[in-house]
Design a protein around this ligand. Structure first.
Ligand code: 0O3
Ligand code: SF4
Length: 326
C-alpha cells in the first residue's frame, strides 16, 4: 500500500510525465522456490563447492548465475555429474529413474522438488495403483510434466494440453480415468479443460482440490486485480518459466498489453509511449531485487508513483530435506 504521489507540476517541469505503477501482490518468490534455493545454498555449505544441480534450480537466470558464483554447477542430466559429487534435483521435480540412478551410482543427492509438485507425484502413483489411467493436463516438454509423467509406468498417463486434445481422446465414456494437472497452469484455461473432461467422461476422478498451486493462483488473481487499470503490464520472468508466461496471458486477457522481461535492460522505452498506468509483477522464480531494478529504470525516464495492490496474503513455508537440518 502507501502510494506516493509526486507533485504532477514538478514532474512536468522536470520534463518527465508522471507514470503510476500498480505493483501486484503477491508476486515473485513462492515457498517452493525459497526452499529450492536454500537447499542449494545449504548443500554448498554442507558439502563444499562444487555442488551439481540437475536443471536450472528454478527458471531464472539471475538466480542461477548467483548460485553459480557460490559454487553450484548446473547440468541437464545426471551423467554430467562426476562420481562422488553431490547433486540437487530442481524444484520442478524429476522422473523416478533419476533418484534411482543417483542412488545406484552412490551419489549424495538432495531433492529440491517443491512439496506441492511431490504431492501430485504421489497422487499419480496412487491413482495408477488403483487401476486408473491418468489424463495429465500440462505443457509438453516442460520439466515438471516430464517429472510427473515419470512417476508411473510408460503408457499409464496421457498428456492433455488443449480442448482439442480432449475432443480427440479415444477412451470409452466409462473408462477408469483420473485427471491431474501441472502446478503452474492458467487457472481459467484449466477450468475449461477440466469441464470438457467431465463432460466427456462423467465418472472421471479428479483431485479434491486443484493441483494448480496456491502461488500460481494468487499471482494470476493479483494480475487480474491490476491489469484492467493498466495500459501495459510488465511481468518479470524467464521465457521458459511456465508460471510467468501465464501471467502475461492473464494480463492480456484483462485488456492490457503485456511484456515478459528478464531484466530492466530489456524494457524498450517506446513501450511506455502513451502509458499512464503501468502494472508490474514477477513470476514465482523472479527475485524482488529485479522488481526494484525495473522501478529504478522507469524512474530514469518518468516521474514514478508506486501503489501496491494486495489481493492475498501468503504465509506458506516448506520444511527443508532432513539431510540439511541440524
Ligand atoms: O514451472 P515453471 O516453469 O513456472 O517454473 P519456475 O519459473 O522455475 O517457477 C517455479 C515453479 C516450479 C518450480 C514448479 O512448480
Ligand atoms: Fe511449488 Fe507452486 Fe512454487 Fe511451483 S509455483 S514451486 S508448485 S509453490
Amino acid at each position: 500500500m502507501n502510494p506516493t504521489f509526486p507533485d504532477p507540476s514538478a514532474a512536468l517541469a522536470a520534463g518527465k510525465a508522471p507514470l503510476h505503477l500498480l505493483i501486484a501482490a503477491p508476486r515473485g518468490f513462492c515457498a517452493g522456490v525459497d526452499r529450492a534455493i536454500e537447499i542449494v545454498e545449504r548443500a554448498i555449505e554442507r558439502y563444499g563447492a562444487p555442488v551439481y544441480v540437475r536443471h536450472e534450480i528454478v527458471h531464472n537466470k539471475f538466480v542461477v548465475d548467483s548460485l553459480r558464483t557460490k559454487g553450484a554447477i548446473f547440468v541437464e542430466e545426471l551423467d554430467q555429474v562426476p562420481d562422488g559429487a553431490p547433486v540437487v534435483f530442481s524444484a520442478h521435480g524429476v522422473p523416478k529413474v533419476v533418484p534411482a540412478e543417483a542412488t545406484s551410482r552412490g551419489l549424495d543427492w538432495l531433492d529440491a522438488t517443491c512439496p506441492l509438485v511431490s504431492k501430485v507425484h504421489r497422487q499419480a502413483e496412487r491413482k495408477v495403483e488403483a487401476g486408473k489411467h491418468i489424463l495429465f493436463i500440462g505443457h509438453r516438454g516442460h520439466p515438471e510434466v516430464i517429472g510427473t509423467m515419470g512417476q508411473v509406468p510408460e503408457g499409464a498417463m496421457t498428456l492433455v494440453e488443449t480442448l482439442e486434445d480432449v475432443a480427440e481422446l479415444a477412451f470409452p465414456e466409462d473408462a477408469p480415468l483420473a485427471f491431474l494437472t501441472q502446478t503452474t497452469l492458467s487457472v481459467d484455461d484449466t477450468a475449461e479443460i477440466v469441464a470438457a473432461l467431465r463432460a466427456r467422461f462423467p465418472q472421471i476422478a479428479g483431485p479434491r482440490a486443484e493441483d494448480i498451486c496456491y502461488a500460481t493462483s494468487n499471482r494470476q488473481a493479483a494480475v487480474k486485480a491490476i491489469a484492467p487499470r493498466c495500459q501495459l503490464v510488465l511481468v518479470i520472468g524467464a521465457p521458459n518459466s511456465s508460471n510467468s508466461l501465464r501471467l502475461v496471458e492473464v494480463a492480456e486477457r484483462e485488456g492490457a498489453r503485456s511484456r515478459l522481461i528478464q531484466r530492466a535492460a530489456e524494457i524498450v522505452p517506446e513501450w511506455l509511449d502513451g502509458v499512464e498506468t503501468l502494472g508490474l509483477t514477477a513470476g514465482a522464480s523472479a527475485p524482488e531485487v529485479l522488481v526494484r531494478e525495473v522501478v529504478e529504470r522507469l524512474r530514469e525516464w518518468r516521474e514514478v508513483s508506486e501503489e501496491t495492490i494486495v489481493s492475498a496474503e501468503e504465509h506458506m513455508v516448506f520444511k527443508l530435506p532432513r539431510q540439511l537440518v541440524g
